[in-house]
Structures are given as C-alpha cells and as structure tokens.
Design a protein around this ligand. Structure first.
Ligand SMILES: NC(=O)c1ccc[n+]([C@@H]2O[C@H](COP(=O)([O-])OP(=O)(O)OC[C@H]3O[C@@H](n4cnc5c(N)ncnc54)[C@H](O)[C@@H]3O)[C@@H](O)[C@H]2O)c1
Length: 305
C-alpha cells in the first residue's frame, strides 16, 4: 500500500486524483480542514505517507524527521523556502515544484496592486465600507518601473506592464544577464533601482541572501512617492523598516500579498496607502488546476518507478 498525503488546503482535483489511482493499492489522505496545518497536525495525519502534495506548510528538520516513510514532496507552486532542502536531501526525500500557469497568475496580481495604488482605490474601498473619496491618482504610462528578480514571474510582469507604455523598465537580478533594449535596462545595484523607479515589483525567492534585503538602507534611496509591491515572500522586506519608512513618508504606497506571520497581517493594517491581499498570488482557478494536474503527472511517474 502506498500512502499519499495531500496536506495542502483547498485542493480542487480530489476526484481526478482518486480517479487516477483507482486500480492501484493507494491510500489518499486529504486535509479537509480548509486551513493551513500546523507542524503537529501534519505529523499526526501524514506520519506514514510515502509522498505529499504540499502547499506552504512548514517541513523543517523536526517535521521531516517524523515523516519516516517520506520519499517525495510535490509542491503546488514554486517557493520551497518552507522546506529544509538540505535535510530533505540527506534523507533522500525528493522535492518537486509545479509552475504551470503560476507566473501569469502572480504577475497579474502584482499589476492589480499597482493599479489600485496608482488610482488610490485603496482609500475609498477600505474595509469594504465604500467611501466617496475623489483623490487624484497617477498614470502608469511614462513611469519608470523596477522589476526586482527577473525569473518566471518577473518576466511575465514585464510583459504585462509593457502594455502601459512605461518610460523605462529597470531590472535588478544578480544571476541573469539581460541584453539592453531601448526601454529595458539592467541595473547593477539596488540603490540604482530604488533611486530611479516610480514603481517597483518584487519577484525574488526567499533565501539567505534575500532575507531582509529590502531594509532601511535600501528604502532610504527610494522616491518619496514610490509604489512598492511584494508578491514574493514577506521576509524579503524588513517589516519594522517598511512600517517606519511609511510613517515618515506619507506618499509612499505599498501593495502586499505576503505577510511576516500569516494569516496575521500585523501593524501593516494600521497604515494608509496599503493594498493588501491574502497570499492569493497563485489563487486563480486556471493556475491551480494546471498545477494540480502537473502534480498528478509527477505522482504517476513516481509510483510507476
Ligand atoms: N504570492 C504567491 O502566492 C506566490 C506564488 C508563487 C511564487 N511566489 C514567490 O515568487 C518567487 C519568485 O518566483 P519565480 O517563479 O519568478 O522564481 P524564479 O526562480 O523564476 O525567479 C527568481 C529570480 O530572482 C533572481 N534572484 C535570486 N536571488 C537574487 C538576489 N539575491 N538578488 C537579485 N536577484 C536574485 C534569480 O536570478 C531569478 O531570476 C518565488 O520564489 C516565491 O517565493 C509567490
């Protein structure tokens, strides 16, 4: 009997997954709680699983140690920062990611935050109690746009923002060389990116190098009316520094999909000029179904082996 755990909440393809393994000796264990599971819940429910289809739950050394039969984690999404990869390698647990359609989904959400903040929609729509506030906004057209991290999502974001005819797009990516075109320019430092741009969208992975990368030293270079959007991981941005910066710079605007202690959004909710979403970057039906389909394909290959 092979045990497959599905700790990710809101898994849409239950029936498809069941149908894919009808004639096999396979036991499927779903998370029906509709919430992200804590460490002890994961250990209790998925203790004997051979494979997991995971979301953003935490798989650190302590959790992985207790999942004694685990051979593989298939992550619905791309961020693997919640998995202790070194320990997983040591335990010979293979990690797979799924990114089908995901980049467009996150890029469209980043653009949504930018549109909201550009037109000050966040102020009239605050707390769902609509207020009649007529505040001048700004165009995206002719603005200088920064893309921080030029991987799959960063590239998709550039594709979308190009249609607004920005003045220039500046890219900061330490590991990718971009050939210069008329309106796409690679900058070498964060200082350059933050001092030049009117709007910046962050698309970095979370790792030792990017943890707290955007802190007061970087923020101090930014234009006073910068629109900064983070749909990557909260820890890339220093929470204390961004709050202090926004309290001092009242025209600074911030769009966030990711938070430091999710689902708690902390002090950010007390600030003006913020546009917030509940970590829904990949939450489009199209992306989700495509990634789940990809996870089933990976599982089928693994189980055939
Ligand atoms: N909000 C959400 O629901 C959601 C969904 C999917 C992904 N994400 C996050 O978005 C991140 C980016 O996803 P992606 O698919 O574009 O990843 P990717 O790996 O394709 O791109 C990341 C880019 O960042 C660059 N980079 C890495 N370290 C850097 C550094 N120190 N300085 C400058 N550049 C650096 C890399 O060279 C790469 O080009 C993911 O790691 C994940 O954390 C969030």
């Amino acid at each position: 009997m092979i045990n497959i755990g599905i700790p990710i909440s809101n898994y849409l393809s239950k029936e498809k997954l069941k149908g894919s393994f009808l004639n096999k000796k396979i036991n499927l264990i779903f998370n029906n709680s509709k919430k992200k599971l804590a460490d002890d819940e994961i250990i209790k429910k998925f203790k004997f699983c051979d494979y997991l289809i995971s979301g953003t739950e935490k798989y650190d050394k302590e959790v992985l140690k207790k999942l004694k039969n685990l051979k593989g984690i298939i992550r619905i999404g791309v961020g693997t920062d919640k998995i202790d990869i070194n320990f997983a390698n040591y335990k010979k647990i293979k990690i797979y990611t799924t990114n089908n359609n995901l980049s467009s989904s996150v890029a469209e959400l980043a653009l949504t935050h930018i549109l909201i903040l550009s037109r000050n929609f966040q102020n009239s729509d605050r707390n769902k109690k609509f207020k009649w506030i007529r505040q001048y906004g700004n165009l995206i057209q002719n603005k200088k746009i920064g893309v921080l991290g030029y991987g799959n999502i960063g590239k998709n974001f550039k594709r979308l923002i190009l249609s607004f005819n920005p003045k220039k797009i500046y890219v900061y990516d330490k590991f990718i060389q971009i050939s210069k075109t008329t309106n796409l320019i690679q900058v070498k430092t964060l200082k350059e990116l933050f001092s030049k741009c009117d709007i910046i969208s962050i698309h970095l992975p979370l790792n030792e190098q990017t943890n707290n990368l955007i802190n007061k030293n970087v923020l101090n270079y930014s234009k006073k009316s910068l629109i900064l959007v983070n749909t990557s991981r909260a820890e890339v941005l220093n929470e204390k520094d961004i709050i202090e910066h926004m309290k001092k710079n009242l025209n600074f605007k911030l769009g966030l999909d990711v938070f430091w202690k999710e689902p708690n959004i902390g002090q950010i909710k007390n600030l003006n000029n913020v546009s917030l979403s509940s970590h829904i970057g990949s939450y489009t039906i199209e992306s989700r179904l495509a990634m789940e389909e990809e996870s089933i394909k990976i599982l089928k290959k693994l189980i055939k082996k």
